[in-house]
Design a protein around this ligand. Structure first.
Ligand code: 5AD
Ligand code: SF4
Length: 441
C-alpha cells in the first residue's frame, strides 16, 4: 500500500518553493499527497523561525494535525535548523528533524522510520547544492507562476535576524543551472518567474557557459538579461533585496528589460540612523533615500515595497518618528511592518533596552495607519488606467478573479470565463485599501 503524506508550510516564499520541491521529491519516491491531515500516514511541517509567533505555531499545530493514522512526524526548515534536538524534547511524537538544506533525503529518512530501523533522526547539515540537483529536470506540477531559488543564506548578520544561523552562509547557484531550470519551466507553461534569495541582489553565481571566461561570475543584472531572453517568459521579478546591493547596473536592467517588473522590494527596516547602526544594516536613511531616487531617475516607472521593524531595543519615540517619516516620504506601494521579536542567538536579543510589548503594539498601529494611507492613494491613482494583470486565484464571489499587476497590487475582476493563469489588460474602475477593481478589456 502507498503511504500518504500531508505537508503544512509556514513563512516566506523560499519555504513555499522548498515545500513544492519536497512534494515533488516525495511523490517521485512513491508517496501520495493528501490535503487531509487525518488521512495522512506522514505529517511534514515545514517551519519558519523569523519571529517568535511563527515558531510557536508549529508545536500547537502538531497536536491538531495528528490522528490515529499518523506513523511519522517530520519537522523541517528553519525551526528545525535553529532548535535541533530540542524539538524532540518539546514534542515526543516528532520522529524526524531536518534542516532546510537536506530535504532531498527526507524519503530515505521516512523509510527508516516506517521500517522500524530508527525511531528518531536528525539531519541539520548544511549541504549547499544537493537539494537543487534532486529537483532539476523534474516536471512536477509546473504552474503559470514559479519561484526559482538562485541564492540562499545570508552574510549580513543584521543584529535582529536568525537567517544567517538557520539558512547558513550565503551561496549562489550556478547561472547555468538556474537557466536550465527556467527554460524547463517555461517549456512546460510557466509565464512568470520570481527569483528568490534571502539577499537576492547580492547574487554572484558561476558564469553560465564555460566559454564565457574563467573569472566571470555573474551578478544579478547579468542573470536577469539572460533570463529575459528566454522565449516565452512574460514577467520576471526577484525578491528580497538588500539596499546596499542595489547597484546602478541592476537599476539599468529595470529600465532596459521589458519583462522585468518596474518594482523592487527594498526593506529599510527603520528610518533612524542610530537604530540602523544598531541593526547593522550598513546604510543611513539618507543613503537609502538617495538610492531610491537614483533608481527612479534611471527607471522612472519604478515603485517600491519595504519591510519595517518597530520596537527594536532602545528605539525612542524620536527614532520611531523617523521611521514614520521615511514611510511618508517614499510612499511605498506595498509594505510589511512587524513588531521586533527577540530571537535566540542574535546580537539584538542580548541588548539592553528591550521595548515592552504594549508599546511595540501601539507603534505598529501608528506606522500601519500611515502605510495604509499611502497604499490607498497608490491604489486610487490607478483608477482610469489599464493594468496588465496575471490572475492567480478565485475571489469569494461567483466568477470573481484576483490577480497582481506589475506593482504587486491586487486587482479584482468579474468574468464569465476562467482567468486563472492568464495575463489580461484590465481597466481599473475603483479602488479600496487592499485591492483595486476593474474590467477585462
Ligand atoms: N523581529 C521582527 N521582524 C523581523 N524580521 C526579521 N527578523 C525579525 C525579528 N527578529 C523581518 C524583517 C525582514 C523580514 C523578512 O522579517 O523586516 O525584512
Ligand atoms: Fe536577515 Fe539582514 Fe540577512 Fe535579511 S539581510 S536575511 S534581515 S540578516
Amino acid at each position: 500500500m502507498q503511504e500518504t503524506f500531508y505537508i503544512k508550510v509556514y513563512g516566506c516564499q523560499m519555504n513555499v518553493y522548498d515545500a513544492k520541491n519536497i512534494i515533488g521529491t516525495m511523490e517521485r519516491h512513491g508517496f501520495v499527497r493528501t490535503i487531509d491531515p487525518k488521512s495522512a500516514d506522514i505529517l511534514i511541517l515545514y517551519t519558519c523561525n523569523i519571529r517568535e509567533n511563527a515558531a510557536r505555531k508549529v508545536f500547537s499545530a502538531i497536536g491538531m494535525l495528528k490522528s490515529n493514522r499518523t506513523k511519522v512526524v517530520a519537522i523541517g526548515g528553519c525551526v528545525a535548523q535553529a532548535e535541533k534536538e530540542e524539538i524532540f524534547k518539546k514534542s515526543k511524537i516528532v520522529n524526524i528533524v531536518f534542516g532546510p538544506h537536506v530535504y532531498h533525503k527526507l524519503p530515505d529518512y521516512i523509510h527508516l522510520i516506517l521500517n522500524g530501523e530508527q525511531s528518531k533522526i536528525i539531519d541539520v547539515s548544511i549541504e549547499k547544492f544537493n537539494k537543487f540537483k534532486e529537483t532539476q529536470d523534474k516536471n512536477n506540477n509546473v504552474s503559470f507562476s514559479e519561484f526559482v531559488t538562485i541564492q540562499e543564506g545570508c552574510d549580513n548578520f543584521c543584529s535582529y535576524c536568525v537567517v544567517p544561523y538557520t539558512r547558513g552562509r550565503e551561496y549562489s547557484r550556478a547561472a547555468k543551472d538556474i537557466i536550465l531550470d527556467i527554460k524547463r519551466l517555461i517549456a512546460n507553461g510557466t509565464k512568470e518567474i520570481i527569483l528568490l534569495g534571502q539577499n537576492v541582489n547580492s547574487y554572484n553565481g558561476e558564469a553560465a557557459y564555460i566559454n564565457i571566461g574563467a573569472s566571470s561570475n555573474w551578478k544579478l543584472d547579468r542573470l536577469l538579461y539572460e533570463i529575459a531572453g528566454i522565449d516565452g517568459i512574460k514577467r520576471l521579478r526577484y525578491t528580497t533585496s538588500h539596499p546596499k546591493d542595489m547597484t546602478v547596473d541592476l537599476m539599468m536592467a529595470h529600465a532596459k528589460i521589458t519583462v522585468l517588473a518596474p518594482f523592487a522590494h527594498v526593506p529599510i527596516q527603520s528610518g533612524s540612523d542610530r537604530i540602523l547602526k544598531l541593526m547593522n544594516r550598513g546604510y543611513t536613511a539618507i543613503e537609502y533615500l538617495d538610492k531610491l531616487k537614483t533608481f527612479q531617475t534611471v527607471c522612472p516607472s519604478m515603485q517600491f515595497s519595504s519591510d519595517f521593524i518597530v520596537g527594536f531595543p532602545t528605539e525612542t519615540l524620536e527614532d520611531f518618528g523617523a521611521t514614520v517619516q521615511i514611510a511618508n516620504v517614499v510612499k511605498y506601494t506595498v509594505s510589511y511592518a512587524f513588531k521586533y521579536s527577540r530571537r535566540d542567538s542574535t546580537l539584538a536579543s542580548k541588548m539592553d533596552g528591550q521595548i515592552p510589548e504594549h508599546e511595540k503594539e501601539s507603534r505598529l498601529e501608528v506606522l500601519q495607519n500611515s502605510l495604509s494611507q499611502h497604499q490607498i492613494s497608490r491604489n486610487n491613482s490607478l483608477i482610469g488606467q489599464v493594468q496588465w494583470v496575471l490572475f492567480d486565484k478565485c475571489g469569494k464571489r461567483k466568477n470573481q478573479y484576483i490577480g497582481k499587476n506589475a506593482y504587486m497590487q491586487s486587482v479584482v475582476v468579474e468574468c464569465e470565463t476562467n482567468l486563472i493563469g492568464e495575463f489580461k489588460d484590465i481597466l481599473i474602475e475603483s479602488a479600496g485599501m487592499n485591492s483595486v477593481y476593474g474590467k477585462v478589456l
